[in-house]
Structure formats: C-alpha cells, structure tokens
Design a protein around this ligand. Structure first.
Ligand code: ADP
Length: 218
C-alpha cells in the first residue's frame, strides 16, 4: 500500500506541493489530473523516491521511503517501483529489447528469465516488429511502449507514469489502458498516472485533481 501523509515541497521558498495526503490500495489504477505547472510531476517524483519531501512522509508496503539510502534505496526501486517518464529516458546505444531487459540485467533475475519476460511484454505491447531497433530509429509511440515494458519487467508493486499514453495513437492508448487495468486485477499492481487523457481517467479507480499544489478527489 502507498501512503503519503502531509507531504510538502517548495522550490526557492515557493510551495509546490502542500500537505498532500494520499492512500492507494494494491490493485488500484489512479489518475492525477491538473493544469500545467500544478506540481503533478513533482508529486510523482516525491511519491516514487526520486525526490524527498521537505516535510511529511511517504510509505510504500510499510517502508518509510526516507529511511532508504544508497544501495538499499536502489534495490528498493529496482524491486518495488516502475517508472514511466514523460521523455522515456531510454539508453540510446541499446536496442528497445535491451532497454526493456536492463532492469533485469541490473537485478538478480537469471538472464534467460529476464529475456523471456521481456519478450512477453514486448509482444503484449505490440513492439515486436521494432524490438531490435535503436530508440533513435523508432517512433515516439514505440519508444513509449518500450519504456512501459521496461517499467513492468520486474513486476513492481507500483508503477508511476507521467503521461503514459501521451505519444500513443487512440488504438495503442486503449490497449495500454486495458493492460494497466488487467495488471491491477491479475497481479494487484498499482498504477499512479499523471494524465491528460480522458480515456484513462474514465477507467481509473480513483481520480485526483492537483491544483496549486493541493490534491483533492475529482
Ligand atoms: P506539472 O507537472 O503539473 O506541470 P511540475 O511539477 O513540473 O508541474 O512543476 C510545478 C512547479 O514547480 C512549476 O512552477 C515548476 O517550475 C516548479 N519546479 C519543478 N521542479 C523544479 C525544480 N527542480 N526547481 C525549481 N522549480 C521547480
């Protein structure tokens, strides 16, 4: 379970996130909406260990994230958290397939198992035709789907996604949303998505609005 309590963050003394309380049960698809500059990316970063709150706490599966440092933090991220960034951040010198495998190569899963899982996700996300291409030779949508496959590789408890269907056409966006829903149900994974896509908010179990750093149910 993901629990944020009274989380605050300011940049240059300007409050960006103010007293955010947030609880998400396993197997839930959450959408966070709000205008540009409202603090959505900052909130995702705070919930997902990428940034630390100035005050307040974030707990995932009973662990207080501020207690984690160095190697323990890296291991926790690798095991528990999947990231889908807005700009994908694929490694440019590796193929899409190698990028998808990367969290597994870094972790302790046997190589054969990593590659089997990667193949299955690549199939599910419909990027088998371009899996051996470099990111620079793939479309924005293909890169996005590779980033999603990479985030799902180690079956994290929570996937944090910034505009996960932002570069996808309607058909691939619909397939992705269905996959998220299915993984919520079948594997009790949680998805916390910042999105402007009404099709994603429509199927979310919980929708929150972030405005001026304040989070409220939609
Ligand atoms: P959103 O994702 O809703 O567009 P962001 O979380 O990216 O909003 O940004 C919220 C506010 O915080 C913006 O005013 C932005 O300029 C500011 N901000 C975000 N990150 C930083 C940073 N690292 N340093 C200073 N200001 C930042």
């Amino acid at each position: 379970m993901l629990i944020a309590t009274k989380v605050c963050k300011a940049y240059n003394q300007v409050p960006v996130i103010q007293n955010v309380d947030f609880q998400v049960y396993p197997g839930t698809l959450v959408a966070i909406v709000g205008p540009s500059g409202a603090g959505k990316t900052t909130l995702l970063n705070l919930l997902s260990t990428l940034e630390r709150p100035d005050s307040g706490t974030v707990q995932l599966d009973g662990i207080d994230l501020k207690e984690l440092k160095g190697a323990a933090l890296a291991e926790f991220r690798n095991k528990k958290i999947g990231f889908v960034f807005q700009f994908h951040h694929l490694l440019p010198e590796f193929t899409l397939f190698e990028n998808v495998c990367m969290p597994g190569y870094i972790g302790t899963m046997p190589k054969q198992e990593v590659e089997q899982k990667a193949h299955a996700l690549i199939q599910l996300l419909g990027i088998n035709h371009c899996q051996h291409a470099l990111p620079a030779h793939s479309s924005g949508g293909e890169r996005q789907r590779a980033a999603i496959a990479r985030a799902l590789l180690l079956t994290p408890s929570v996937v944090f996604a910034d505009e996960p269907s932002g570069s996808l056409d309607t058909k691939h966006a619909a397939l992705l949303h269905m996959l998220f829903k299915e993984l919520c149900t079948s594997l009790q994974q949680t998805f916390v998505c910042v999105t402007h896509n009404p099709a994603l908010t429509a199927i979310a179990d919980q929708v929150f609005v972030l405005e001026d750093g304040l989070l409220r149910p939609a």
